[in-house]
Design a protein around this ligand. Sequence first.
Ligand code: NAG
Length: 341
Amino acid sequence: MMRFSLAFLALAAHGVNAMLRFSCSELVIDRLDPLVTPGENPSPHLHQIVGGNAFNITMDPSLDLPSLATCTSCTFSEDLSNYWTAVLYFRARDGTLTRVPQMGNQFLEQATGGMTVYYIQPYDGTQVTAFQPSFRMLVGDPMKRTFDDSLESRQLSFRCFEENFGGEAGAPGTGQDTRELPNRPCPGGIRSNIFFPTCWDGVNVDSPDHKSHVAFPTSGSFETGGPCPASHPIKIPQLFYETVWDTREFNDQSQWPEDGSQPFVFSMGDPTGYGQHGDYVFGWKGDALQRAMDANCNVVCPQIQSQDTSVANQCTIPRRVDEAIDEGELQDTSFLKVAYC
Ligand SMILES: *[C@@H]1O[C@H](CO)[C@@H](O)[C@H](O)[C@H]1NC(C)=O
């Protein structure tokens, strides 16, 4: 996302950016959604889930994730939260579907798939209030198939990586950002970018739509200190997910649709990308997240406990829904539940 990368570079130059940026390896890929459809097994569409191993079909808000989970797939071992997004598929010209694997992000290449999680602080040094126990939220709408220019829609984008990380030519991680899935082969893969709201009502840890208890700044942006609305006065860290889809093996355009459209489709049956969404269930131990925010850590954060990526990679859980998810025919893929309204 352009506004992010430009700001990131500018701040790196000034040395005042404060954020956590860390990998969370793949915990499980399963058709469950304990936030939107708790208790439903299977849920409407497939997700990729990272974080603590207390992830479950139902996750009552009263559950104390730090005491239930015995491991986390994230770098910071005091983070037993769960984070999840939809899953990407490649639909070949003959209709065959293949699941697109994920890969470790730039500088975090050792992670097994999963995603990169950020907790960003405003660049003007304003302090944020960490999420409270039982807090959860959702950004994006799996039913959306058009760009409506809402504040929420503007939080979602894709980057078409020009080069492999560490490639000979071009800077790694660079490429063009679009609101929809890129319409051309991306030599280094496709990164999904999902930013969450940054203002909280200060009262409710959740709401019926999992969105109304949070809001976006009334003007400007979170990064530059844009004010929160009076209804949601508390500044929370800016949660941000990046997922790198390893589309490199699907770049042969003789396998792409003959009408010139792009071949990727999200697990909720979305070929546009406008339906991408992210789910969050907070589960940090004690005041660990607040400590990290108060310390103005920049990526490295000795104030909170971390673990080696090789340890994080070992935290996985078995799939609960018994179905094929890696490849199949479009006609009979129950995992690709199309949820049009
Ligand atoms: C998942 O929920 C079930 C039913 O409440 C419970 O028996 C089980 O222990 C839970 N698993 C985990 C890993 O928390």
